[in-house]
Design a protein around this ligand. Structure first.
Ligand code: MG
Ligand code: ZN
Length: 320
């Protein structure tokens, strides 16, 4: 589970906004990851997503390909080859840099149409996210949705739940999904529940990516309410995941971020007036280490301080 752009201050502010209580507090194993990319101390989501998904450093903007132009399989793709099922649920478009790191290889993260094409050819089984546009309004005139014959596309979680298709996609928006403030209905917790039920019912191991995508966008906007609302939704999804791990102890759950966004500092000494006393120091990302919380089988590997590429290797220890 990745909350894009969520450093310690974003998590802290959201926790206080949520009456000083978070599902995140149930983790006993906590570590820190170094997020730098191959060419910058300050990473973007393509390079950091690639580091965690594929175990390699690359330049900012690039997905699944290293600095020598070599492509690498992601952990999701490796799992699929071993007979696992897989899923992705995000609150951005499904072709955005973080989810794309788990199924695409592109020099530029901005090549959304190519990323959509690669998703259409991928082994991903279930996805929920935005960005339908990139599949149907294309320069090559293809309609990927009609070409994705193995897939069923649904219009809501009810349909998603009742579908018996082996591959199911649910586009929550044509463009990028709106923020919670702009009226997006909270999705991550119930959507995660739906995907987990489906994956669990198939009685096979699985790899699942959950992204709270828009914490980062709130950081770029220097908008604390945007940040905290998006992270609180993410924490609700953490609650769903924690319950699943309790019921299925042979599961590894890793919760982290890809980098910090906004250089956020909390300068208030009054919990209830938190929002009036914070300071963002940049409109971009920062080089701060970000926390890693883990639970379940193999979780102990994730304590300590390590490079973001190690997330891949530590998860891989559990892939049989
Ligand atoms: Mg992202
Ligand atoms: Zn960002």
């Amino acid at each position: 589970m990745i909350a894009d752009g969520a450093g310690l201050s974003q998590i802290t502010a959201a926790m206080y906004e949520n009456n000083n209580k978070f599902n995140l507090e149930n983790f006993k194993v906590v570590g820190l990851q170094k997020t730098h990319s191959a060419n910058s101390l300050i990473t973007d989501s393509a390079a950091s997503g690639t580091a965690m998904a594929c175990g390699i450093k690359t330049e900012n903007g690039t997905i699944g390909i290293d600095t020598e132009n070599k492509s690498f399989e992601s952990i999701l793709e490796i799992c699929e080859k071993k007979g696992y099922n897989s899923g992705i649920i995000v609150t951005s478009s499904i072709v955005h840099a973080t989810p794309a790191s788990f199924y695409a290889k592109v020099i530029s993260r901005a090549n959304y149409q190519e990323i959509a094409y690669q998703l259409s050819k991928s082994e991903v089984d279930f996805f929920i996210g935005g960005g339908e546009k990139h599949f149907i309004k294309r320069n090559d005139r293809k309609n990927l949705i009609t070409e994705m014959r193995d897939w069923e596309f649904v219009n809501g979680l009810d349909q998603f739940d009742s579908s018996t298709s082996k591959k199911v996609g649910y586009f929550i928006s044509y463009e990028e999904p709106p923020s919670l403030i702009e009226g997006r209905k909270p999705l991550l917790d119930i959507g995660l529940n739906s995907i987990l039920s489906k994956l669990n019912s198939l009685k096979k191991p699985f790899f699942l990516l959950v992204e709270g995508s828009q914490v980062d966008w709130g950081g770029h906007d220097n908008d604390l309410e945007y940040v905290t609302k998006e992270y609180i939704e993410f924490d609700r999804a953490i609650g769903v995941a924690l319950k699943f791990v309790e019921e299925n102890p042979n599961t590894l759950l890793v919760v982290t971020a890809d980098h910090e966004t906004g250089g956020l500092a909390i300068t208030s000494d009054q919990i209830k007036k938190l929002s009036s006393k914070v300071r963002f120091s940049t409109k971009g990302h920062t080089a701060s280490m970000v926390p890693v919380f883990s639970k379940g089988v193999g979780s102990k590997e994730f304590s300590g301080i390590y490079d973001n590429t190690e997330i891949f290797y530590k998860m891989m220890l559990q892939i049989k």
